[in-house]
Design a protein around this ligand. Sequence first.
Ligand SMILES: [Zn+2]
Length: 261
Amino acid sequence: MLFIDTHCHLNYSSFDKDLDAVIQHAIDQGVYRMIVPGLDVASSRKAVLLAEKYQSIYAAVGVYPGEVDNFSEDQASEIISLAHHPKVVAIGEIGLDFYHRTDNQEKQLQIFQKMLDVASSINLPILIHSRQALVPLTQIIMRWREQNSAISCAGIFHAFEGGFEEACQLTQLGFLLGAGGPVTYKNAKTKHQVFSKISLSNIALETDAPFLSPQKHRGERNEPAYIPIIANRIAELQGCSINIVAEVTSRNVHTLFNWDN
Ligand SMILES: [Zn+2]
């Protein structure tokens, strides 16, 4: 069984000491590809460096809503130049976060729009972060999809926070929904409902390592090697085998990123 972790922050300093072992551990569990997103210019640059060093790593580059305060035009140009690297597969993670910050909504909206423009100019999919912002975010994205209907790829809603109706709306726009550690939590009823009712062809697996560890590793650092735990829970919710989950979710990601192999 082969899996892809579509969202892991292996560029965080908490992996600096043992990254070789973390990657080997993931590969031993069948996690043969890992997407490392950027949060700002420095972490985007580090994601690209990791992608150059490790065959199994691919990068995404972008400016995250938590990092918009010091954003400048120079940084936008640097993101654009990094985005042309052959192992950069998406612009991300980008989006809106009105849970952690409400005092800079204008700035968040402005930079999110800027990142969407970068994605359409280079024809790359997007990795979306949304916290308490799904309604405005969906409106902006619908407009973006209309204006860029020639772009076949949409992206992944990382750590999807919505209900079934919102899930349907986004999958119709061409997005995959990211399923991570929280689907293994007993009380995550909305997530259980969403990930049992939507089609497996709309799901991508992700850990968000070092955060959001699955139930049996809560309190520990999360790692891409835990992807099979998430896949197993998705298999239960979907009423299929974990082999099917591995096969279909990997195929979804291959299609999104236009990978031949
Ligand atoms: Zn993340």
